[in-house]
Every structure is written in C-alpha cells, then in structure tokens.
Design a protein around this ligand. Structure first.
Ligand code: NAD
Length: 342
C-alpha cells in the first residue's frame, strides 16, 4: 500500500524508523532529488493513525520539491514526521531521530517545522551534519520571507498596472505577525497605503496606532476595497465563500496554503484577480535555510529572495500565453527545471 501511494506521486524513498528505547516513530519521505539533496522540516505531531502521518509526509515532501524548484534552488523535496505528543519530546528521542537522518547519508537535510525548533536541531546535529535551522545559522527567516513577498507584490503591480510604482496602491494585510509586520515596513517605505487586520485586537490596534494605519476587522477583511490583498496569517482563507467577496485586483501574501483547494486558483482567474502562488512568493524561508546549508549569509538570502518577483513575472506571462492559471504556470516552471536537471 505504501509503495503504491509513493508511486502515485513519484516519491523516491520513504523510510520508517522506530526505536523502542526512546519511543521514536518517524517517517522520512524523499520525494525527488533530481535537482539536489531533499530538504524539508521535521514535523512532530500526535497523528491519530500511521496512515494520517504517511499522507501528511508524502503530501508535504512533494510540495517541497515544487517549492525548491520554483525558487531556482538546487535542492529536492523531502519532509519528515515524528509521531509523538509534543509533551513527550525528549533529547533522547531527537538523538535517535538524528541518527536516522544520518543514515540517509545527506539525501535528506532536515530543519525546523511544527513543534520542532532550533534547540532540537542542535541535538540532531550531535548525530548528523545534514541539519539546518541551527543556533549559529541564519536565524529567523521571517525578514527574508517578507522581503520575497514584497518583491512578488512589486512584480504583481508591474504586471497588472504596467508600473512598478507602489505609491498609488492600497494593500490590505491579513495577519500582522513576523511576516506581516516586515511586509508593512517595506510597503510603507515604498509609499503604499496599508490597512491591517488581525484576530488579536489589542496587538493590531497598538501596531496600527504606532504606524498610523487603518484597521479592518477580521470578519470583513475580504470585503475591504483595495488593490492588493496580502494574506499573511493562516491557510485555507480563499474559498467559495470568501473569493466572491474580494474587492481587489491582486492576491499576494506570505501565508502557506492560502487556497482551500487547487480549483480556487481558477475561481480567482475567472474573477480576473491576479494570484501569486503562495509557495512561490513565500519561498524566502526556504531560501534562508538553503543559504544556510551552503554556508551563505543573510545578505545572500535577501539578495536571492529579491529574485522572486522576476520569476513570478515569467509565470504570469506563461499563464497569459497559455490561458492557464498562474498556479499551473508555476508547476510547469518547476517541472521544466526538474526535467532539465534529470
Ligand atoms: P506569526 O505567528 O508570527 O503571525 C501570524 C499572525 O496572524 C498573528 O498575528 C495572528 O494573530 C494572526 N492571525 C491568525 N489567524 C488569523 C486570522 N484568521 N485572521 C487574521 N489574523 C490572524 O506567523 P508568521 O511567521 O508571520 O507567518 C505567517 C504565515 O506565513 C503563516 O501561514 C506561515 O506558515 C507563512 N510563512 C511564514 C514564513 C516565515 O518565514 N515566518 C515562511 C513561509 C511561510
């Protein structure tokens, strides 16, 4: 059953690891290493069943292949899941997991994800060199992600309005966390008008006061007239209920899995709303860990994140020429790189 599921999406290798002594139960999935070693975080969750864990790791590792390829990185896609309650996480558990990563000999490079952090990567590093997101690494990737999203918004504006000038543009940002706040700063520097929204009332009001911004309530953020809607909070926000309400020309933001389903890319296209695929525009985080893996600096990562806009422009052109969604154009871009690398 596992082999047929792997075959359905072209996974190269799925490794199951257990350790009775530490209670380790993990699955490491390597989707595709045509462009380079697979890279992806280690997610720790108390999955209800092994089948749920497998489905998650297969889906996430495949997505990493596309994300890396569409970011022009020489990396493949991988991901790992540890089936455990976060309360049961121990140094010994992470050590036995680190040993398993090392067994793969560099075909899989790990990093942080849900319920794993820098301290865990330090423990893993006792057993293997194939780990990034470390204490002496490049640190929080959010500023690079925000930089990449800003570069992507500039490209969207250029494509849509034939000018890169943001000073006449109104951007609504959903979620003023680490990425949202970095984006606000870049947009204000470029002269854009920014409205912010967040479920944390106190935080958003204080932030808006400090920066002289308008606030829109989270329930009505989709109805707010603007040029660009920038989702920077959670996934699944664009769906059958919210897309008809949008009063914008462009959707471009940092959040992962913005579309509830793939088909919502077509719903946006039908409404003539330009959509910058999330995994392309928010690749700054991956670019940061990839740069760390190569021994590069934060400056190198920022420089590379600024190339996201140019790639998006190519994808917009393909989408228009071929009358397909930008999501499909992004997939073609990634697939072309993988085929050329094969
Ligand atoms: P964060 O936790 O710092 O901030 C998220 C913000 O969104 C918080 O202020 C929270 O109150 C707000 N929020 C949550 N639900 C909301 C809702 N329904 N409506 C409005 N606001 C809501 O997270 P972050 O690091 O800024 O990441 C934001 C998004 O970008 C996430 O989807 C994340 O997966 C994605 N992302 C982040 C990075 C990165 O480098 N941090 C990289 C790639 C993708």
């Amino acid at each position: 059953m596992v082999i047929s599921e792997m075959g359905d999406h072209g996974h190269e290798q799925v490794t199951y690891v257990t350790d009775d002594e530490t209670g380790l139960k993990a699955i490491i999935a390597i989707h595709d290493t045509t462009l380079g070693p697979s890279l992806g975080g280690t997610r720790l969750r108390p999955y209800e069943t092994e089948a749920d864990a497998l489905t998650d790791v297969l889906r996430l590792s495949e997505a990493m292949t596309y994300k890396a390829a569409a970011a022009d990185l020489d990396l493949g896609g991988g991901k790992a899941v540890i089936i455990a309650d976060p309360d049961d996480k121990s140094a010994d558990l992470m050590r036995s997991y680190g040993q398993a990563v090392d067994w793969l000999g560099g075909r899989y490079i790990t990093s942080v994800d849900m319920n794993t952090g820098v301290a865990d990567m330090e423990i893993i590093a006792e057993l293997t060199e194939h780990v990034v997101g470390r204490e002496d690494g490049l640190g929080d990737p959010s500023p690079v992600t925000a930089e990449g999203v800003f570069s992507g918004i500039e490209a969207c504006v250029e494509h849509r309005y034939d000018t890169g000038d943001l000073s006449d543009r109104h951007v609504v940002i959903q979620g003023i966390g680490k990425v949202g706040r970095g984006l606000v700063e870049r947009l204000l520097d470029a002269g854009a008008t920014v409205t912010v929204s967040d479920i944390n009332d106190e935080k958003v009001n204080q932030y808006a006061d400090e920066h002289g911004l308008e606030v829109v309530a989270p329930e009505v953020v989709y109805d707010e007239p603007c040029d660009i809607f920038a989702p920077c909070a959670i996934g699944g926000v664009l769906n059958d209920e919210t897309i008809p309400r949008l009063e914008c020309d462009i959707v471009a933001g940092g959040a992962n899995n913005v579309l509830e389903t793939r088909s919502h890319a077509a719903t946006l296209k039908n409404r003539d709303i330009l959509y910058a695929p999330d995994y392309v525009i928010n690749a700054g985080g991956l670019i940061t860990v990839a740069t760390e893996a190569e021994g590069g600096s934060m400056g190198d990562a920022i420089r590379d994140a600024n190339k996201i806009g140019d790639r998006l422009l190519q994808m917009f052109e393909t989408a228009e020429d071929e009358d397909i969604t930008v999501l499909e154009a992004a997939e073609r871009y990634a697939e072309k790189r993988i085929q050329a690398g094969a």
